[in-house]
Design a protein around this ligand. Structure first.
Ligand code: BGC
Length: 734
């Protein structure tokens, strides 16, 4: 056993990680300590485990019962990846986190966190379980839509802002799933084998950035094993790195089922709360046909403390963390009350803004015989438009599992094969029909709709129209990985698809004068028809205002500025692992640092669309790059950015660094970015600061970050593979 951080240190260390600044932190610790001494052993035990799944009077995922005699409120939690996942409460379905990531907009991430938190609090929740930040190492991972892409710096920075937004509303933010939890296949038993350097430079880094800059009060450890040890029982992860090295002062909470297998191991490794927990550690409950596991942090923990196998000081540390988090978040002084109403107008407005900022214009070509690109469509022209498939007449799709957000007014699309089990196989579609929004924006156009089930009829209609817009959808859910990255057909996803989407698009593309594909997906998809369509818009899971947001982008009311937060491969054979094994529980991260765009760069593989890619209805040009370096290692990259087109637009200017050869790194890494708004014809002098830590590598011998002396190359451009990018080499000292 190892209590690496004695109680006395816990009491005096300031709340560096709480996002409330260091000044009032001693008070928070003092308040927590004062309360702790009043608590009985049973009360302490009560505070470190959930009361069971589905027992909270306000719904949601969990409840740790409060202690009224001490003024400690119930600690209620709800899933909230892209909005509050509680049925029947009218919460706002925002676009999925992968869409937020595609906005590359930290201020928007703050607003997203704050808005969801406002709703959580109105509904009576103390804690939000959003904040998923596992990297898209495996784009077939069923939860890719809940996360923020493949780059640790992009994901970590947006997570920090999201957490700050959440906690600005007196709601405890969660960061999850800690760590290397990158696929759903065998999710309770798979063992992620990751070397130390890869772990630190990639898979732990979004958590490190997110926690240090965002101060979330809650970290949820994951189901999987990391290097042979369950993540929630992993002392390296929870105590050595998270608590001791990063100085995390909040709560480590287990994921919901099967994350804990041993009381003493979990407690002494640094777990502070078991979820969903239960009233009785020895009797397994059931949830429908699903047998819930037995639990470990109720009677079993009490017995372990009494036997001395878990020191009382460790239990006290768990409780102190809980109490200080309740004080620091403002919950103790002002607990939420349930029964508030959701401001749907405000929620819808932000949902639409996020959707519009997240859409990625992947391709926009000039159709044969035309002089201008197909998009944006003219809103005033007396054209004929055929809209095809994807239930565009009814609504937009969303993802499933705990990252789902119920529809306020029923599902827009009837499920074809209702499923059973813990997770439904039926997608939720929000009643925000792109077709209606397109009709509203183009009053002079003749607009028809075909459901896509008959590819020949769709092709014939496309041939007769000026423009054909095909909608294509891909459903993802927690609990299952995708078999591949093809747009699903009726065989791959019988519950949600009635036909072969790729065949439909190919048929329409072959016949149409002008063809546009709108994708509603949670991850990358392959596009065998890409060369034959004129334009492609990636709309992700766009949330409750998806219809108008898509129409605004198609007609140019909004100039798209989203950029891909993950690489789109040409085919699955270009991915870093051939397949997700259903039988081999070992998930070997043998690619090391070559993950995401780093893989494509290092292996010299041309992706379908590179990380960071996204077009605009205007064009941008970069010139005049220069760099300066401070004595502390901060580098400033300056350049001129010009909007060389005829429309206002925003460009996400991305700075990548190539490290000295001796570093042994893939060719480049994202180190900073800035989203710059420019009027038509406008130029701006932009300077972007690169923090010294973004240029470090992990020294696995001495277990520390290290800056190598040598020549660094800085690139600035509109994607990780922008051929117009500017680059400059400069020497930096160690
Ligand atoms: C998921 C978590 C979620 C929890 C509570 C788990 O199965 O992995 O992300 O927060 O359930 O619903």
């Amino acid at each position: 056993m190892h209590l690496k951080r004695p109680l006395v240190i816990a009491l005096f260390s300031a709340g560096l990680l709480y996002g409330c600044g260091g000044d009032d932190a001693p008070t928070v610790d003092q308040q927590a300590a004062t309360l702790l001494v009043k608590m009985t052993l049973d009360e302490k035990i009560q505070l470190v485990h959930g009361a069971g799944y589905g027992v909270s009077p306000i719904g949601g995922a969990g409840i740790v019962k409060g202690i009224p005699r001490l003024g400690i409120p119930d600690i209620t939690s709800a899933d909230s990846a892209g909005g509050v996942n509680v049925e029947g409460v009218n919460a706002t379905p925002y676009p999925a986190p992968i869409a937020l990531a595609a906005s590359w907009d930290p201020a928007l991430a703050h607003d997203y966190g704050a808005s969801i938190a406002t709703e959580l609090r109105a509904l009576g929740f103390v804690e939000g379980l959003g904040g998923g930040v596992n990297l898209a190492r495996e784009p077939r991972n069923g939860r890719t839509f809940e996360y923020m892409g493949e780059d640790p710096v992009l994901a970590g920075n947006l997570l920090a802002q999201r957490s700050l937004g959440t906690q600005s509303q007196k709601v405890i933010a969660t960061v999850k799933h800690f760590a290397a939890n990158d696929q759903e296949t065998n999710r309770y038993t798979s063992n992620s084998v990751v070397d130390e350097r890869t772990l630190r430079e990639l898979h732990l880094l979004p958590f490190e950035i997110g926690l240090k800059d965002g101060g979330a009060g809650n970290v949820m450890c994951s189901y999987n094993l990391l290097n042979g040890v369950k993540a929630c029982e992993n002392s390296y992860l929870l105590t050595d790195v998270l608590k001791n090295e990063w100085g995390f002062k909040g709560i480590v909470q287990s994921d919901w089922f099967f994350a804990v297998t041993d009381t003493v191991r979990a407690a002494n490794a640094g777990l502070d709360e078991e979820e969903a927990g239960g009233a009785d550690d020895y009797t397994a409950a059931t949830l429908g046909s699903f047998s819930l596991p037995v639990t470990y942090f109720n009677q079993k923990l009490k017995a372990a403390v009494q036997a001395g196998t878990v020191p009382l000081a460790r239990l006290d540390d768990m409780v102190l963390r809980k109490l200080r988090t309740l004080y620091a978040s403002g919950v103790m002084a002002s607990p939420p009350t349930a029964g508030g109403t959701i401001n749907q107008t405000a929620g819808n407005a932000l949902a639409q803004k996020v959707a519009e900022q997240s859409m990625v214009l992947l391709k926009n070509a000039v159709a044969s015989g035309d002089t201008a690109s197909v998009l944006p469509l003219s809103a005033s022209a007396a054209q004929s438009i055929v809209v095809i498939g994807g239930h565009a007449d009814a609504g937009v799709i969303s993802g499933g599992g705990s990252g789902a957000v119920p529809a306020r007014d029923g599902n827009a699309v009837t499920c074809l094969v209702p499923g059973s089990g813990l997770f439904s196989s039926c997608a939720v579609w929000y009643k925000s029909a792109p077709l209606a929004a397109i009709r509203a924006l183009a009053p002079n156009a003749t607009i028809t709709y075909l459901d896509g089930s008959n590819a020949s009829a769709a092709a014939a209609a496309a041939a007769a129209a000026d423009v054909a817009i095909v909608f294509a959808t891909q459903w993802q859910t927690e609990g299952a990985d995708l078999p591949n990255l093809s747009l699903p057909n009726n065989a791959a996803d019988p519950a949600n698809q009635a036909y072969d989407q790729n065949a439909l698009i190919s048929a329409v593309a072959a016949a149409a004068k002008r063809s546009v594909v709108v994708l509603e997906t949670g991850t990358a998809v392959t596009m065998p028809w890409l060369a034959n369509v004129n334009a492609v818009v990636e709309a992700w899971y766009p949330g409750v205002q998806g219809g108008p947001a898509i129409a605004n982008v198609l007609f140019g009311a909004v100039n798209p500025s989203g950029k891909l937060p993950l690489t789109f491969p040409q085919s699955e054979s270009d991915l870093l692992q051939a397949s997700i094994s259903a039988t081999d529980l070992t998930v070997n991260y043998s690619e090391g640092l070559k993950m995401g765009y780093r893989w494509y760069d290092a292996q010299n593989i041309t992706p379908l669309f590179p990380f960071g890619h996204g077009l605009s209805y205007t064009s941008f040009s970069y010139s005049g790059i220069s760099t300066t370096a401070n004595s502390d290692g901060t580098v400033t990259v300056a350049f001129s950015l010009k909007n060389s087109g005829a429309r206002a637009g925003a460009e996400v200017a991305q700075v990548y660094a190539g490290l000295p050869t001796a570093a042994g790194e893939p060719p480049k890494r994202l180190v900073a970015w800035q989203k710059v708004q420019l009027a038509a014809g406008e130029s701006k002098a932009v300077s972007i600061t690169v923090k010294p830590e973004r240029l470090t590598i992990w020294d696995a011998t001495n277990h520390r970050w290290q800056t190598l002396a040598g020549s660094y190359t800085f690139f600035v451009g509109g994607s990780s593979r922008d051929t117009q990018s500017q680059s400059l080499a400069r020497s930096l000292a160690s």
